[in-house]
Write a protein that binds this ligand. Structure first.
Ligand SMILES: [Zn+2]
Length: 274
């Protein structure tokens, strides 16, 4: 573990075809940053033949929730992914709607994305990844990855950001956020690569920066968000588990992880300390 979490350079990305199945983290990178500055490049629009080869399906909504590009609210776009990944997106949207709804948010009105299937290597090229840049709720609330809410000066926005991340982590294997590396300061990456279950692994930089940020924003832990699961992180994660009445090993017990994620999400959407 750990090595695959190394952030690939653009050159590595472009040369990484065929490695996706080995669990190498190959998505995003500079290409997506470019996508945010301009219209979707033509090379990222799948041809009919490519879409048929991957048995991709098209969609513009997830459970009725409209999916726009970036932070736009028009026009509605057509996206592509595998049917299996779309099932996962629907399950995630149900969780996002339920947990934010329990915490007093209105219905999820729309989301913004920088891409699902795109014509390149890695999970995006397999049609099994999402980049999420915005969530909007009826009533006016939003969570804005594109603006870097993970580092917002507003704690309410920071907590909401990590609440959204908790919903993603309930359903996707790899979730990369704004603390993971510079390439993800304006979107979450979520995919279903490699390992079967969603757990919180000490050797995973992505998992570790998430729990460190949660401890700081909900417990006031004041620990470094450095991706290194050391004694300070362990002490604060133990506090977090105790406050949320979670027992079990977060590296192996998926039900414990799920309970923890729900607790984080509900407190985050409610803007409450844990
Ligand atoms: Zn991505």
């Amino acid at each position: 573990m750990g090595h695959h979490q190394h952030a690939p350079s653009r050159r590595t990305l472009l040369g990484a075809a065929g490695l996706a199945g080995a669990g190498l983290l190959t998505p995003t990178g500079a290409a997506l940053a470019d996508e945010h500055r301009a219209a979707l490049p033509d090379e990222h629009v799948p041809t009919r033949r490519q879409a048929q080869a991957l048995a991709l399906m098209s969609f513009s909504r997830i459970n009725g929730v409209e999916v726009y590009y970036g932070t736009q609210t028009s026009p509605l776009r057509t996206w592509r992914c595998t049917p299996g990944f779309y099932d996962r997106l629907q399950a995630w949207m149900t969780t996002l709607s339920n947990w934010s709804g329990q915490a007093g948010h209105g219905a999820v009105r729309s989301i913004g994305s920088a891409g699902f299937y795109v014509n390149r290597s890695g999970q995006h090229g397999a049609g099994t990844a999402m980049d999420l840049s915005m969530v909007r709720w009826a009533g006016g609330r939003n969570s804005n990855m594109f603006n870097g809410d993970h580092a917002s000066g507003n704690r309410t926005r920071r907590r909401r950001y990590f609440a959204v991340e908790a919903t993603l982590r309930r359903h996707f294997r790899y979730v990369l956020d704004g603390n993971y590396n510079a390439d993800h300061r304006n979107h979450f990456h979520a995919d279903v690569a490699a390992l079967p279950d969603r757990r919180l692994l000490h050797g995973s930089r992505a998992d570790t920066v998430f729990v460190q940020a949660v401890c700081n924003n909900f417990l006031g832990s004041g620990i470094a968000i450095d991706g290194d699961w050391g004694p300070n992180t362990q002490r604060e994660v133990t506090r977090l588990k105790n406050r949320l009445n979670v027992s079990g090993d977060l590296q192996s017990n998926r039900s414990a992880v799920n309970k923890l994620l729900k607790g984080i999400a509900l407190h985050g959407f409610r803007d409450r300390a844990i």
